[in-house]
Design a protein around this ligand. Structure first.
Ligand SMILES: C[S@@+](CC[C@H](N)C(=O)[O-])C[C@H]1O[C@@H](n2cnc3c(N)ncnc32)[C@H](O)[C@@H]1O
Length: 402
């Protein structure tokens, strides 16, 4: 087993379609964990690599054709979105997920089972966290915690009062997209994910699509008013590419907002030595992310801001927010957020840890469970006054004249 010792040096620095499919109800996912196949080794570092790994010959350049991608060929052909095709774009009358899931291919429900949990696996991604009820509840709690921290704001970018087309990439349970759709009933909100874990009963102006954001986006260019990307750490081999895609598919004047939370738990009250489990845990994820080619360090320093600027965004604004992870703050709003953070961690810690510890970092299952139990014990100590840093960055695609 790999030692949980952290390395000496800290890394810290100061739509549709790719055969996009309408997502199924959660129950669909629960019902069919068909495969018991063991997880793959480290996922390839790029979509092109993944396609090649999936049997595509000669696709070394990550080209646009996707011709060798079986997922693209299933279920109804090329549905490249077209601005003129308003009906197709509209969520209204988009059909129940029950009917649309009739065309879902088995592969989407081909969850990997690992240590009693289910995980989504696609051609590009062995996603590192489970996609089961337990983990999904944790995501919803984190959403509420962030809302509390951000004064009930779903986003910080000045997007105006009437966004029309909104995309939530890696939507998870879809909770952000649903809340946004409720808040802006005239907007059409699309949430995409590789996992069909979104609910069926949603506002009429929200739609969920199974889509892998690492593959080519087939939305029209200059299409969205707002693109939202949250907590995709450990999923993205090339953030320049992802933000570049958002840039391309935003209309001039449209906004991208992206939020990532650091894995490292810090304290202003207690000195945490490098071998403290909070630091070890972070280093395991940082090293593991490097190993699988999908880093967990995107939020360090000003990387997210720099990526947005490189992609061409202007008016780029960065905010760092300390997320309390227990009920230690005096301020009632922060205390409640901290209590939610604690609840989310309690709920999600196994799911956060098991894949990265066992499949990536060489722990035996039992060792991983013991290690996670140690981490949980430490996390429950309010006296640490622990927090982690959330980084929120938003930027605008310049107008043509700019
Ligand atoms: C930590 S969750 C965050 C969910 C949601 N954004 C939120 O803030 O609640 C990350 C999500 O990204 C999804 N994901 C991972 N890789 C993806 C990919 N290549 N394309 C689309 N979604 C992906 C996972 O299935 C998971 O639902």
């Amino acid at each position: 087993m790999a030692s949980p010792e952290p390395p000496a040096k800290e890394v810290q620095e100061a739509p549709p379609p790719v055969s996009k499919k309408e997502a199924s109800p959660k129950s669909g996912g629960e019902a069919s964990p068909k495969s018991e196949k063991s997880p793959k080794a480290a996922a390839p570092g790029s979509p092109a690599g993944a396609r090649a790994g999936a049997g595509a010959e000669g696709d070394g350049g990550g080209g646009d054709d996707g011709g060798n991608d079986p997922q693209r060929e299933e279920g109804g052909g090329d549905e490249t979105h077209d601005d003129d095709d308003d009906d197709a774009d509209s969520a209204i009358g988009a059909g129940s997920s029950a009917s649309s899931t009739a065309s879902l291919t088995d592969s989407i429900f081909n969850y990997r089972r690992l240590h009693g949990r289910s995980y989504q696996s696609t051609q590009t991604t062995d996603y590192w966290a489970p996609n089961d009820e337990q983990q999904n509840e944790g995501l919803d709690i984190i959403h509420n915690m962030l809302l509390m921290l951000l004064d009930d704001r779903l986003f910080l970018a000045p997007i105006g009062d009437a966004p029309q087309r909104v995309l939530d990439v890696g939507t998870g349970t879809g909770i952000w997209a649903i809340d946004f759709a409720d808040q802006y009933p005239t907007a059409e909100v699309i949430g995409t994910d590789i996992s069909p874990i979104q609910p069926t009963w949603v506002p009429p102006n929200v739609r969920f699509i199974i889509d892998d954001c690492l593959l080519d986006w087939t939305w029209p260019p200059d299409h969205f008013d707002f693109v939202h990307i949250r907590m995709m750490y450990g999923c993205i081999p090339d953030w320049d590419e992802l933000y570049g895609k958002a840039f391309r598919h935003l209309r001039p004047g449209g906004w991208l907002e992206t939020l990532e939370m650091d894995i490292r738990i810090e304290s202003d009250h207690v000195a945490l030595p490098p071998d403290h489990i909070f630091n070890q845990w972070a280093e395991i994820f940082y090293r593991g992310g490097d190993k699988i080619g999908r880093p967990f360090t995107i939020m360090h320093g000003h990387r997210m801001r720099d990526h947005l600027e490189r992609a061409g965004f202007v008016d780029v604004t960065e905010r760092k927010v300390k997320v309390p992870l227990h009920g230690w703050p005096r301020d009632p709003r922060l205390r409640n957020a901290g209590l939610l953070g604690q609840l989310a961690l309690d709920q999600s810690l196994d799911g956060f840890g098991m894949y990265m510890l066992t499949e990536v970092s060489g722990f035996e299952e039992v060792q991983a469970r013991v290690y996670i139990a140690q981490m949980r014990r430490e996390l429950r100590k309010m006296s640490y006054c622990g927090w982690c840093m959330a980084t929120i960055v938003y930027g605008r695609k310049p107008l043509d004249a700019e």
